[in-house]
Design a protein around this ligand. Sequence first.
Ligand code: DUT
Ligand code: MG
Length: 163
Amino acid sequence: MHVSDLPPIAITRLDPGVPMPARAHHGDAGVDLTTTTDVVIAPGQRVVVGTGIAIALPIGTVGLVHPRSGLAAKTGLSVVNTPGTVDAGYRGEIKVCLINHDLETPVDLRRGDRIAQLLVQRVELVDFVEVEALDETTRGSGGYGSSGGHALLRTVGAGEKES
Ligand SMILES: O=c1ccn([C@H]2C[C@H](O)[C@@H](COP(=O)(O)OP(=O)(O)OP(=O)(O)O)O2)c(=O)[nH]1
Ligand SMILES: [Mg+2]
């Protein structure tokens, strides 16, 4: 059942052997992406795999490549740049930069394995305007644990005093 206000997203299968991305269950946020190649990822190593698909997202949306929680918990597999950003104008193959976070066991992936999931979200394409000073808020510049509960991180950056 089609529930999105957005029209269906155009997709091309650069690898005709890959399945059409589909939701496992009605209402799932993501559609699974599969690897087009067999790959063994050693502990701590990363590898970029192809998914065999390219899409044409409407301007004002973004594709986000998230890890799958089951594989993450079972094997340590994740996405290095999670969530990966697929720009609306990108027409190339969606690729996934996978990492094996397990300290001891390689992750053995076979062509066709579902290795990540793609979410499509609306995104604000805002402009930026430089001003002399920002408005005041109760939070102010406090961040990175400023509300307490644990030791503050040492942060070094523009406008920050080294602590
Ligand atoms: O997980 C991902 C992340 C990105 N991309 C593609 C689509 C995206 O539009 C493009 C650029 O991604 P990003 O902006 O994150 O990378 P960059 O290092 O800033 O590259 P660029 O200079 O091409 O923007 O790479 C993927 O296929 N998978
Ligand atoms: Mg970029």
